[in-house]
Ligand binder design. Structure first.
Ligand code: SAM
Ligand code: SF4
Length: 357
């Protein structure tokens, strides 16, 4: 029986690891949540709803989206029970997402519940439309950080990409988040060829002027309408080249904790940018994430269709040990990589908003 991560497996050595190299032979029954490739999972993304008040072009169709029934969604007490078990297995970071997490009523109480469980690193990814009025309460309940999505700094274009939201509301949300101390504030930008890829320098300037971290995310094959096209993707490398032709960039050493973004600072002043090159430069070798969907399925990868449902366990009096076993098995079954660039790759059946981005 393996009880811990093999000696010598650190985030740094994992990065250099060939992803198909098996390093743990038997599923551990204690110790951290480790998979066959030695990746330790301590970062849990909890989707609280698949619903959203927006219809971003790269995420959902404008009309015709169907959503889960209310009773399919985990209740907050069920989410907290799951989170408590995960915490006992070494999970120490929780991010709330969706859909749009702030369209779920009472989110503040969920944050408070997570905080009461002892989680210190609680964060939120949001479209920002509902954030301004909740930021203070969320921070008081224990939320630490927030990522706000914003794909254009041009009002008309912002509205065309995000549909049903306006840029001014989201810029206000950024101010409110900062006033509430939800720092560092990160801005997520999905670049689409021919739509907003001429704003790379504007966003870099925005990062320099505001001190907010701007993270450029590659378009992934996770849109609900199945229209993903590699030609629409703007590679992180290109973003780097465009910005560094204007301002000198310096890489920021990755911290011990694995993170998807390759980070850079501006040599001549404030500001930081991040490149999340999920498609062109996958970071699967250091992936430490697992996800709980809003209907109670554990997903070990955004791009895998394999899921382990825990809702029935949670609703039928399943023990903590049984939930822990489900978690361990889900992590153990993780593939070495997402396979987007392999021949025959198929987009997963559930899209980003259904899984939790
Ligand atoms: N609704 C919230 C928001 O928009 O921030 C949280 C959920 S959203 C699914 C999380 C992140 O995924 C957002 O930054 C969004 O821009 C990004 N996203 C959605 N669909 C994507 C796709 N197909 N490729 C890349 N990023 C995507
Ligand atoms: Fe909603 Fe976020 Fe998807 Fe946009 S990216 S449609 S805000 S879930």
């Amino acid at each position: 029986m393996t009880t811990s991560v093999p000696v010598g497996i650190t985030p740094k050595s994992l990065r250099a690891m060939e992803p198909d190299k098996l390093v743990v032979q038997t599923m551990p029954t204690s110790g951290p949540l480790v998979d066959r490739y030695g990746r330790v999972h301590n970062d849990l993304r909890i989707s609280v709803t698949d619903r959203c008040n927006l219809r971003c072009v790269y995420c959902m169709p404008e009309e015709g989206m169907t959503f889960m029934e209310r009773d399919e969604l985990l209740r907050f007490d069920e989410i907290l029970r799951f989170a408590a078990v995960a915490k006992g297995l070494g999970v120490d970071a929780v991010r709330l997402t969706g859909g749009e997490p702030l369209v779920r009523k009472g989110l503040v109480s969920l944050v408070q519940g997570l905080s009461d469980l002892g989680f210190e690193d609680i964060s939120l990814t949001t479209n920002g439309t509902e954030l301004a009025r909740h930021a203070g309460k969320l921070a008081a309940a224990g939320l630490r950080r927030v990522n706000i999505s914003c794909d254009s700094l041009i009002p008309g274009r912002f509205a065309a990409i995000r549909r049903r939201a306006t840029l001014d509301v989201v810029l206000n949300a950024m101010d409110a988040a900062e006033q509430a101390g939800l720092l560092p504030l990160k801005i997520n930008v999905v670049l689409l060829r021919g739509q907003n890829d001429d704003e790379i320098l504007s966003f870099a300037q925005f990062a320099r002027e505001t001190g907010r971290t701007v993270r450029f995310i590659e378009f992934m094959p996770l849109d609900a309408q199945g229209d993903w096209d590699r030609a629409q993707l703007v590679p992180g490398r290109e973003v780097h080249d465009v910005i560094s032709a204007r301002w000198e960039l310096e890489p920021i050493e990755r911290s011990a904790s694995p993170a998807p973004a390759e980070r850079f600072r501006f040599v001549d002043g404030a500001g930081e940018i991040g490149l999340i090159s999920s498609v062109t430069e996958p970071f699967c070798g250091t992936c430490n994430r697992l996800r709980l969907t809003s209907d109670g399925a554990i997903r070990n990868c955004l791009f895998s269709d394999s899921e382990t449902t825990v809702r029935d366990l949670l609703r039928s009096g399943g023990s903590d040990d049984a939930i822990a076993h489900s978690l361990r098995s889900a992590v153990w079954g993780k593939f070495p990589g997402h396979g987007i660039n392999e021949p025959g790759f198929l987009s997963p059946q559930r899209s980003m908003s259904m899984i939790g981005g």
